[in-house]
Design a protein around this ligand. Structure first.
Ligand SMILES: [Zn+2]
Length: 364
């Protein structure tokens, strides 16, 4: 028996009834919600993962995870969605032309409809990460997601900003990957590809300039996301088991999402990718255009060492404060990067209490 942590395990949540709730999107994808219920509760919490991650990021057994933390703090009915960006599905690595607009229009409203079928009109709070946070906020600011009591967004929300090296990667990476190198997707596991294949060679090339650790998937992820060694987290914040299985937590992805993020970075805010697409008419061209009308309070969180989305949430907070003074809050996490606020060994002590404090105040 290996002592390796199995993929897609729920062993990190004990003392709870766990159930899976499939639902479909209007454009034909099968998605699911997982419910972690210890008892009924007036304040339901919905967790939304980031791109290439999954609900697994909230239930990791190697540290005190967010679902368990919420249960112990009295939020005893916690749900986690796996939307189309989840590594539990094949969608990220299939040939596709999904953009963040598709997530905003199709995934989050369908997830909320399924959630409401079970929890009725109880208060719903959302905690979301990375492009899960951005796409959920896009749903909310487009008015296609409603009835949310509060939102916590980690790393980014409606004003994506990235380091300079990431701007180059966003601008040239998709065409280079698809048309020159012939990769329809990038996979942190390229290091395990057969010797001398293109994936193997790319991984060796990247590892040659990443001497900060000896985990090839960690190097690949730094190449895929952000700008740094490593880019996604502070090494010392992670448990060794998490670092070694980081490719279980963050999977592979097609490069088309990068094009939409790049369009937003150039615009300085969340904008629709294809204004001419008539299937997306329910969405605004500019997601901040109606920001003054949104009354859902948001806690914008970011690590002060965020090398993926930099100061995006500081800028978003300043922007939203202009249109809705006093409604939104900013939380800066000293010593944290992009995803260690969830994956970190000590996140339960350094980060989760800030989320819980915010939700408790909004639940009152
Ligand atoms: Zn590493």
């Amino acid at each position: 028996m290996s002592d390796r942590i199995p993929r897609f395990t729920h062993a990190g949540v004990t003392d709870a009834e766990i159930s899976v709730h499939p639902f479909a999107t209007e454009d034909g994808l099968g998605l699911q919600l997982t419910r972690f219920r210890r008892a009924d509760c007036d304040d339901v919490v919905l967790l939304v993962h980031g791109l290439t991650m999954s609900s697994d990021m909230f239930v990791m057994p190697e540290h005190r995870n967010l679902v368990t933390h919420l249960h112990d703090e009295g939020f005893t009915d916690v749900w986690a969605v796996d939307f189309r960006m989840s590594n539990r599905y094949p969608y990220d690595m299939e040939t596709h032309r999904f953009t963040l607009d598709h997530c905003a229009l199709y995934d989050h409203p369908a997830a909320l409809a399924e959630l409401r079928r079970h929890v009725g009109d109880r208060r719903v709070h959302v905690i979301a990460h990375c492009l899960g946070a951005m796409t959920f906020m896009m749903s909310l600011y487009a008015g296609v997601a409603t009835g949310i009591t509060s939102v916590v967004c980690n790393s980014v929300a409606l004003t994506p900003r990235v380091p300079r090296w990431s701007r180059y990667k966003l601008a040239f990476g998709p065409a280079l990957a698809e048309y020159v190198l012939g990769f329809s997707f990038l996979d942190p596991r390229f290091g395990e590809a057969p010797a001398m294949t293109r994936g193997w060679m790319l991984s060796r090339l990247i590892s040659a300039v990443h001497r900060e650790c000896d985990v090839r998937s960690c190097h690949m992820l730094s190449f895929m996301w952000g700008s740094g060694r490593p880019a996604l987290y502070e090494h010392h914040n992670l448990d060794d088991a998490t670092h070694l299985r980081i490719a279980d937590i963050c999977g592979g992805v097609g490069v088309h999402y990068y094009r939409h993020v790049h369009a937003m970075v150039k615009a300085g805010r969340a904008v629709k990718y294809d204004r001419g697409d008539r299937r997306l008419t329910a969405l605004p061209d500019d997601y901040l255009a109606g920001a003054g009308g949104v009354r859902t309070p948001t806690l914008l969180l970011t690590g002060d060492r965020n090398r993926v989305f930099g100061d995006s949430n500081l800028v978003c907070h300043a922007r939203l404060r202009q249109v809705a003074p006093g409604l939104h809050e900013l939380g800066v996490l000293p010593g944290y990067g992009h995803m260690d606020p969830f994956l970190g060994r000590d996140a339960h002590a350094d980060v989760f209490p800030k989320m819980v404090d915010f939700i408790k105040r909004k639940a009152a």
